[in-house]
Design a protein around this ligand. Structure first.
Ligand SMILES: [Zn+2]
Length: 334
């Protein structure tokens, strides 16, 4: 405890006050950052909540990256049990996935922009089957944005590239991850295609996704800003490309993660994003919220429209809990 507090307590101001003070960790401590991250979860006073994000980053964070020679993805014979009904999320955005993994399809009058592609063994059923169920034609997929090259985001990229001639958009560092992967692509790798650069716009049929480089979760993680329409009303989405701490856990890597996260939080705020979205429903609750859509009343906000303040809280959780791990690492280094 800092001596200043002890001195104040020694003056005998108030036993109660000093007890409370002594229990409050100093602001730049592991405990304080974890508490701030958890408190940003919301869920009180009818605010939208991000408990899944808090669990993944503040309670039980991952601590190491998958190795380039990690074993090949396993085919689960019962995988179809996890597939949920695909949904129309907005006028021009569709969802396909499981309780934990999302693929999004932005529709335009000139084809489809697909965002993230499931694992190699799920892509055919979830994406191709899902689009057909939704009355959409998978052959219309023109661009596939891969937020990062982990197994559950990049798995279907080769299928989309080979069968439909779709362009694959991925950060340079993650194209390198694909190249270096030993066992990660049992059906072959997607061919290096569009290398995402910061500020790049992927435009199709008058719609654009603006890409931002977000190194941290992986070297080439990309996030995006785009608009959707809710019964004709435009809403701005901040698509967060990489979230968890399964990268090399040292101070420089956390510095990179934090710089990216803070920059994208500012970009999302400037863009007045009121929707935070990604490829994992644990974080944006997409799977359950889209099931809630059926019960939406007239005039009620879309369940995914959480508001700018909640979007800011989402990034605050990432920020505070990354700072907590970074401080812990800093302590271990000294
Ligand atoms: Zn990942």
């Amino acid at each position: 405890m800092p001596t200043s507090r002890c001195n104040v307590c020694a003056l005998g101001i108030s036993v109660l006050l000093c007890t409370a003070w002594a229990q409050t960790p100093p602001p730049d401590s592991v405990e304080a950052h974890l508490a701030a991250g958890k408190n940003a979860a919301g869920g009180r006073d009818n605010t939208p909540d991000f408990y899944g994000l808090v669990t993944a980053l503040c309670v039980a964070p991952l601590s190491a990256p998958p190795r380039p020679d990690a074993p090949a993805p396993r085919m689960d014979p019962n995988r179809a049990r996890a597939y949920l009904e695909p949904k129309k999320a907005f006028d021009d955005l569709y969802w396909m996935g499981t309780a934990s993994r999302s693929t999004w399809a932005l529709t335009t009058n000139d084809g489809i922009i697909l965002y993230d592609t499931q694992s190699v063994y799920d892509a055919e059923d979830i994406i191709v089957g899902g689009l057909k169920k939704l009355g959409l034609d998978p052959a219309q997929i023109k661009y596939v944005i891969v937020s990062h090259a982990h197994e559950n985001e990049v798995g279907g990229a080769k299928l989309m590239q080979e069968r439909y001639g779709a362009h694959i958009v991925m950060g340079a560092g993650d194209w390198d991850m694909v190249a270096e992967s030993v066992n990660g692509f049992p059906n072959g790798k997607p061919k290096r295609d569009i290398v995402a650069t910061d500020g790049m716009k992927i435009t199709l049929g008058g719609r654009s996704v603006t890409i931002y480089s977000m190194p941290g979760h992986t070297p080439g993680t990309i996030s995006g800003i785009f608009q959707v329409h809710d019964h004709g009303t435009p809403l701005t989405v901040a698509y967060s490309g990489g979230t968890e701490f399964n990268f090399v856990n040292d101070v420089p890597h956390f510095d990179t993660y934090l710089a990216s996260e803070r920059r994208f939080a500012a970009i999302a705020a400037d863009a007045r994003a009121t929707i935070i979205m990604g490829n994992q429903s644990q974080f944006d609750n997409a799977a359950s919220k889209l099931r809630m859509l059926a019960d939406r009343r007239a005039g009620e906000a879309h369940p995914l429209e959480v508001g700018a303040a909640a979007v800011a809280r989402y990034f605050r959780i990432e920020d505070e809990c990354a700072q907590a791990v970074r401080l812990r690492l800093l302590g271990q280094r000294n």
